[in-house]
Every structure is written in structure tokens, then in C-alpha cells.
Design a protein around this ligand. Structure first.
Ligand SMILES: NC(=O)c1ccc[n+]([C@@H]2O[C@H](COP(=O)([O-])OP(=O)(O)OC[C@H]3O[C@@H](n4cnc5c(N)ncnc54)[C@H](O)[C@@H]3O)[C@@H](O)[C@H]2O)c1
Length: 437
């Protein structure tokens, strides 16, 4: 059965991507887009610009690029703006971040220098390790109004806008009374209630301006009743939390395999060293707590502990992040996994991942921006669970557990695109190939 194609406005004209935070991830993303635009690099890791999907039956042998299946912005269509609490332009910030080498940065130096951050909305209580110097003044209401003005100004130069949070991880907070409803949130804003985080000012401003918002950090941000309700009310897509990179990406690749083979796991110890600004911010226990919560849920749901108590009920999962400046952005992660098989005999797996977090995160920024824009053009609003593939701690509707298995997330992501394009969903049932008359 072929589904009805959704009515989707084409991705015509410029897509403005507003980045909150102009640090390692954002500058690696911007430099990458500029290098790709100049034909000097390939969009490795991007679903939007490299991914494909199979359509129809296996016998049809139809494989299309995702940007042929649905209309998506191209490298030529993209314009970037950013906010940061430090005044460095994207070139200076990229040099400090030390992710890309000076040879690559030199090829796009002019384009990077042209990205000068707007002053950020900041409250040091939410990022204790940083003393922002390039910040907005005024109370929360005034900062939110100022952010809305920034968005409107940028909108004059482009056709559509999306926003991605790639700023520092804020301290861990549970939702409070200010986050219970749109009305409570707006009165708290007017009263300069300190329980409203800076990230929530950006998200609020985005939603009120009809701009999709994607949260790349583990902070609460849009994962609150108030902002979910506002996103539905204003018909804006939102998603979060925390770009799926590094050790957690590895976990969501390895753990489903162990579970699928019904191998038991009684210990998973993960430790990391990293020396970039993200590492410095996470050296604060309160910011680390946000990260820890975001990373910890992954194994519980993949292993379905309640369904397989014999295999996973004794699982001891420990995560450590150590700030170690000599490493800069070249993070190193170690995982020790204690597993057991037939008759309970123990085995061990050791993973030593010498990854580059921002290299893994940059294509996710791109994909979240492009697919959030697609969602808006398709008339979708509220939580976009089909974008779980890109997140460590996917935001879901209340009462629904998050799906963490990368393979299931990928199927859901591609099936959503097939659904949008009016193509058959792929279930992998395949019995029809064996039916005879
Ligand atoms: N690097 C990765 O692979 C990865 C993966 C998952 C999540 N993240 C998250 O993405 C975020 C960015 O990571 P990064 O490595 O680029 O960090 P970074 O420290 O290099 O950059 C963050 C930038 O945000 C700025 N900032 C802080 N508060 C701000 C505010 N209120 N408004 C505007 N700017 C603000 C900082 O000044 C800094 O320049 C972090 O929260 C990190 O936890 C990163």
C-alpha cells in the first residue's frame, strides 16, 4: 500500500542556521560546510547529504539519496549566525578549539572571520566554570526579547531559520513550577525567575518566532511541559537532547548487538579524558550531573532490564569524565564490559576509542538543522521523536520510554522520511518474496 505523500513546502531559498555557542562543535560544523561548499571536502557522516534509503521491494533495487526522497537545503543554501558569551569570531574560536588544523581553517578563514557572535544570554549559575564577557544585559524577559530581535534581524537576510543549541552544558535541574505550563513560564519570565535557564530563553525565543529548536546538550531546555506545549501551540518542531557522539554512540552500537544475542552484562565501566572547554565545563559536578543522567539511561532501555532480569538485573554501569587539558579535543574513551554467555561463563570486551568529538558532532548539527527545517515545512510540530537517531537522550512524549537502539532509531528515521514522501514503509518482513501461486 502506498501512503499519501505529505504536503511539504520545498526547501527553496536560504536556510539560516542560528547556533547557540560558537565553540568546538559549531566552528567545526561551519568550517565543514564552507569546505564542502567549495568542493574541498565531502559531507562524511551526514545523513542529509550522504544518506540513502531503499524504496519499494528488494527486487526493485531502488536506492535514492535522502535529499532526493525529500527536499532539503543544499550547501549553497546555508547561512550561519551565532551567539556566544565570548566575542571571538568563528576563525579565532576554531583556532582556540584546536579541532581542525590550520591548513583546513586557512582555506575558509574569510568565511569564518565573517561569523561574529551576537552577545549571549547568560547566567553564571548555570555554567559555573565560565565568566562570559560578551553577554546581554537586563532581566530574563529583556534577554528573551533581545533574542527574538536577533532572530527577526537574521530572518531579514534569509528565507527560513532553525536554531541549534551547541553551547556549554548547563547544570542539572529538574523541572519546577515555572516549567509546568506556558502561562507559568511566561509569568516566571516576567518575574526574572532564576529557575528559567538561559537555554530556555533561547528555546522560548525560537519557538515564539516560529523557528525549530534542536538541543545538542543534555540540559533540560525544551524537555519541559511549558515549552513542549508552546511548541505545539506555535506549530514549531523541537527535539533533544545531547548530540549522540563518542562513547555513547559506541554504546548504542555495541549494546544492541549483545542484547540481540542474549548475552548477559553485569558491568560496564566507561571513562574518558578530554581537555577542551566542554571538558572544563563538565569538570563542574553540577554540569557533569546533566551529562551523566543523559548518558546513563541508554543501557537500561537497550537491555530491557525488566524483561531480561537474568541477563541484566545486576548491571553495574559507571561513567567517568576526566578533564585533562593536554588532550584538547582529542578525547580518549575506555570501556570495560563484563559480559557472560552460555552457562554463565564470563567474558570481557575492552573498547579504546580515540575519537574526535566535534568531528562526530558536526554532521549531527547539520542533520538536525536540515531535518528540523524539513519538519517545519511538512507542518510537523512539537517533539520530533523520529530525530532520536541523533541524540544520546531522546526527548519523547510523556509516559513513553525513549528508544536508544541505534538500529531501531535509524529504521524509524528513514521510515518517517518514506512516510513523508508517500513511499511504503520497510518492515523487513519479506515473506512475500517466498509466496508461490
Ligand atoms: N563535542 C561533542 O561531540 C558533543 C557531543 C554531545 C554534546 N555536546 C555538547 O555540545 C555543547 C558544545 O560542545 P563544544 O565541544 O562545542 O563546547 P565548547 O565549550 O567548545 O563550546 C561551547 C560554547 O558555548 C558558549 N556558551 C556557553 N554558554 C552560552 C550561552 N548561554 N549563550 C551562548 N553561548 C554560550 C561558550 O562560550 C563556548 O564557546 C556542549 O554542551 C557539549 O556538552 C558536544
Amino acid at each position: 500500500m502506498v501512503h499519501k505523500k505529505m504536503d511539504i513546502r520545498p526547501a527553496q531559498g536560504k536556510l539560516g542556521i542560528m547556533l547557540v555557542g560558537l565553540g568546538a562543535v559549531s566552528t567545526t560544523f561551519i568550517a565543514g560546510v564552507e569546505l564542502i561548499r567549495k568542493g574541498l571536502a565531502k559531507p562524511i557522516g551526514s545523513q542529509a547529504w550522504m544518506g540513502t534509503a531503499r524504496l519499494g521491494k528488494r527486487t526493485d533495487k531502488r536506492f535514492v539519496k535522502l535529499n532526493e526522497l525529500v527536499s532539503l537545503a543544499t550547501p549553497e543554501d546555508i547561512a550561519v549566525a551565532a551567539w556566544d558569551i565570548f566575542p571571538d569570531n568563528a576563525y579565532e574560536a576554531a583556532l582556540k578549539a584546536g579541532v581542525l588544523n590550520t591548513g583546513d581553517l586557512g582555506k575558509v578563514a574569510d568565511e569564518l572571520r565573517a561569523v561574529k557572535p551576537l552577545p549571549g544570554a547568560f547566567d553564571k549559575n548555570y555554567v559555573k566554570k565560565l565568566d562570559g564577557t560578551h553577554v546581554k544585559t537586563g532581566n530574563r524577559q529583556q534577554m528573551a526579547d533581545d533574542l527574538r530581535r536577533d532572530i527577526r534581524d537574521f530572518k531579514k537576510t534569509v528565507d527560513r531559520v532553525v536554531m541549534v543549541w551547541a553551547a556549554s552544558t548547563e547544570v542539572y535541574r529538574e523541572p519546577g513550577p515555572a516549567h509546568a505550563s506556558v502561562r507559568a513560564f511566561e509569568s516566571a519570565l516576567a518575574e526574572d525567575d532564576p529557575s528559567i535557564a538561559p537555554s530556555q530563553l533561547y528555546a522560548y525565543a525560537a519557538i515564539k518566532e516560529g523557528v525549530p529548536f534542536a538541543n545538542g546538550a543534555p540540559n533540560l531546555t525544551v524537555d519541559t511541559d511549558a515549552l513542549v506545549a508552546l511548541s505545539k501551540q506555535e506549530k514549531v518542531p523541537i527535539s533533544g537532547k545531547d548530540f549522540k557522539t563518542g562513547q555513547t554512540l559506541m554504546k548504542t552500537i555495541v549494546a544492541p548487538g549483545l542484547k540481540n544475542r542474549l548475552l548477559g552484562v553485569n558491568g560496564w565501566f566507561s571513562t574518558n579524558i578530554l581537555g577542551n572547554r566542554d571538558g572544563e565545563v563538565l569538570d563542574d559536578p553540577e554540569s557533569f550531573k546533566s551529562k551523566e543522567v543523559s548518558k546513563a539511561g541508554v543501557l537500561d532501555t537497550i537491555f530491557q532490564i525488566e524483561t531480561y532480569p537474568e541477563l541484566y538485573e545486576n548491571l553495574y554501569h559507571k561513567i567517568r569524565i576526566n578533564y585533562y587539558p593536554p588532550r584538547g579535543d582529542a578525547k580518549e574513551g575506555w570501556d570495560n564490559i563484563d559480559i557472560f554467555g552460555w552457562l554463565g561463563y564470563p567474558m570481557q570486551i575492552k573498547i579504546n576509542f580515540l575519537c574526535r568529538d566535534s568531528i562526530l558532532a558536526a554532521p549531527i548539527v547539520l542533520d538536525l538543522a536540515l531535518f528540523s527545517d524539513l519538519a517545519l515545512r511538512a507542518g510537523m510540530s512539537g517533539i520530533q521523536e523520529w530525530l532520536s537517531f541523533f541524540y544520546k537522550s531522546p526527548q519523547t512524549a510523556k509516559g513513553l520510554y525513549a528508544e536508544h537502539d541505534l538500529n531501531i532509531q535509524k529504521t524509524k528515521f528513514k521510515n518517517t522520511l518514506r512516510h513523508m514522501a508517500g513511499e511504503d514503509l520497510i518492515t523487513h518482513l519479506g515473506l512475500d518474496y517466498y509466496e508461490t501461486d
